[in-house]
Design a protein around this ligand. Sequence first.
Ligand code: AMP
Ligand code: GLY
Length: 431
Amino acid sequence: MKVLIIGSGGREHAIAWKLAQSDRIDRVFVAPGNGGTAGEAKCVNLPVSDEAALAAWARQEGIDLTVVGPEAPLAAGVVDRFRAAGLTIVGPDKNAARLEASKGFAKSFMEKYGVRAARSTTFTDHGAAVAYGAKHFARDNPPPLVIKADGLAAGKGVIIALSQREAEDALKAFMRESTLGEAGQTVVLEDYLAGREVSILAAVSSAPGKAGGAILPFVSARDHKRRFEGGQGPNTGGMGAIAPVPDFSPAAQEDFRRAILEPTLQGMEQEGMDYRGFIFFGLMVREDQCFLLEYNVRLGDPETQAVLPLLESDLGELCLSMLDGSLGSFSLRWKPGAVYAPVAVAGGYPGSYRKGDPITIDREVLAKTGARLFIAGASTGDAGDLYTAGGRVLALSAWGSDGDEAHARAYQAIEAVHFNGMAFRRDIGRE
Ligand code: AMP
Ligand code: GLY
């Protein structure tokens, strides 16, 4: 089989690496890919990002399967476009992608089908949202108020307001000053939930008129989103991930299945959604009770870099089973142990940062740790050498028989990599 992956980050590098391991897959094209996918076995980068051109190319090349990494092409309807062209593609269609592309839509879906989540109200009127905030903060000892832009905002759409003033500033920016464009014209105001965050990636097969819908959850993962140790500093795209999450107990897993996974599948089936792709449940867990913070209609980044190295099953076969309706009888096999995947970022990130610095790697030390290097933001020079090209530059994914061993190997491995201004958190999996 020939497969095409759409995207250019660390998640896509991990997907490409894992798909390339399948005996059934001969070639993996990554559009546009990055300096990591360029050097991966069986992989070829394709400098095309226009979706119409990609679909035409995929037909001509005889691509057997396409996998989409990021949310933006899914929300724009790439699945509908590829299927209309007779191509086989994994992902939700444009309608189902609203579970991520519109928080208002996602919240009403959760409410309608009894998916446990924080209480919230959706507003299109600025004055009404401000009045709701004023009432909230007029209470004695008010908890924070969570303000969420409805649309896709690349991680900038959620504000945890600690005071009425902060709430008003956020509502003004989103709804009046359109700092997020159309995405912030509608807002969701949500109760604040305390707890520990857990990410559950999963495979979904739900298609209208077809029996046998299923959602198969992967091992749990945790991302560390704040830039600095101890969960301090600005939000980032993710400073590192671990899998599985030791504090996600069997009781919490059972609660997740009953209170979130099952009603989600039921809702998809009752709505007649065409969702044959990956999903990401962003959970807040408190005393073994799970609340859904968000759906993402894709795999997580950097969670994927921690989860896929634990997957023993063939990812290509898993993709095909989502499409042909046999997912319910697919048996996912996982390697025991744990993966730690700290991310190295460019100095200054998530603010402005330098690009074009050469990356040196001590391959001997890296080999000793057994860690895998997943590139997020680096390009290749003429000799195949790597240069920084993004804020999040790379992740080191190390397996260990337990969390302590994975932690030790991951941090030995990251010391084997160097570039000017390189920074990373030392407390991934320990926050
Ligand atoms: P989201 O994009 O909805 O996942 O929100 C981004 C981040 O904001 C989450 O990863 C949480 O850290 C935080 N967050 C979102 N909703 C809530 C909530 N209701 N209570 C507390 N924290 C939240
Ligand atoms: N790691 C969070 C995300 O992928 O959205």
